[in-house]
Design a protein around this ligand. Structure first.
Ligand code: ATP
Length: 249
């Protein structure tokens, strides 16, 4: 199907093509395409734009990242494929460490994703060596780097699965999620959930990092007044009103 560049679906089609190319290159896992499709469906229900409550969550995420002593941003194949430059730029702005952490972990895929990040300017990317273990999850998915996730106090997890998000919370970390599904286990267990598309959320968080960098009192006020249950309710409410609006046309 040929879609013109000004068609609203054009961007999604370009992204899909790019994601399937990255599956061929081994950066994105084949099942990553399924997760991507689920994200697209939820984004429809959000009207494919950032809601005011997602913006609040993104501001709170920025505040937590700046207040952290050892902030880490985790990157999987999908996150790298969709938003490598944005995530690296955010990591530099905080500054935060970046750790590659894969659901389907093989040394070859870790190498592919780390090299992919390095090819777009990433430096000191963690993940090739993961000698620590997160309690409460099975096998390879529990592995993490001692100087990264294992010793982090705040972890930003774009597109993470619920088991690992829960294990990070149990390990006492502040967990900041970006997830288009407000019903997912990741969204529900995290301390902050930006119910937003990754490529919209990450630049917003970076903008708030710059805004709050020299405003320590304001960022502590943002953290104190933030309520993730409220954010999740508002995200569901946005979806409900988008669906109702569709019914009226
Ligand atoms: P959980 O394990 O947290 O209950 P899940 O089984 O749906 O949820 P996964 O399939 O591991 O989780 O993760 C994919 C999640 O990422 C989905 O919730 C999906 O909506 C979300 N997602 C996919 N693409 C994007 C994107 N581009 N931006 C934000 N979120 C996305």
């Amino acid at each position: 199907m040929k879609v013109s560049e000004d068609h609203p679906r054009y961007r999604s089609l370009v992204v899909r093509e790019r994601m399937s190319e990255l599956v061929r290159e081994g950066v994105v896992a084949p099942t990553g395409l399924i997760a991507h499709g689920r994200g697209e469906a939820f984004d429809y229900l959000l009207g494919e734009r950032t809601s005011p409550s997602a913006l609040e969550a993104e501001r709170a995420a920025a505040a937590y990242l700046l207040e952290a002593k050892r902030p880490v941003i985790t990157v999987n194949g999908n996150a790298a494929g969709l938003c490598a430059e944005g995530l690296l730029s955010l990591a530099r702005a905080v500054p935060a460490k970046v750790e590659v952490n894969l659901f389907h972990r093989t040394p070859e895929r870790v190498e592919k994703v780390v090299s992919f990040l390095e090819s777009v300017g990433g430096k000191d990317i963690l993940g090739r060596q993961q000698e620590s273990v997160l309690e409460g999850i099975a096998s390879d998915r529990a592995l993490c780097a001692a100087e990264g996730i294992a010793s982090a106090d705040v972890v930003l997890i774009p597109l993470e699965d619920g088991d690992r998000a829960g294990a990070l919370v149990k390990a006492g970390k502040i967990v900041l999620a970006i997830d288009l599904n407000p019903l997912s286990r990741t969204s529900v267990v995290s301390n902050v959930t930006a119910v937003d598309e990754l490529t919209r959320a990450v630049p917003n968080i970076e903008r708030f990092v710059r805004e709050l960098k020299d405003a320590p009192e304001e960022r502590r006020r943002v953290i104190e007044s933030y309520d993730n249950q409220h954010t999740l309710r508002e995200a569901r409410e946005t979806m409900r009103s988008v669906l109702q609006g569709m019914g009226k046309t």
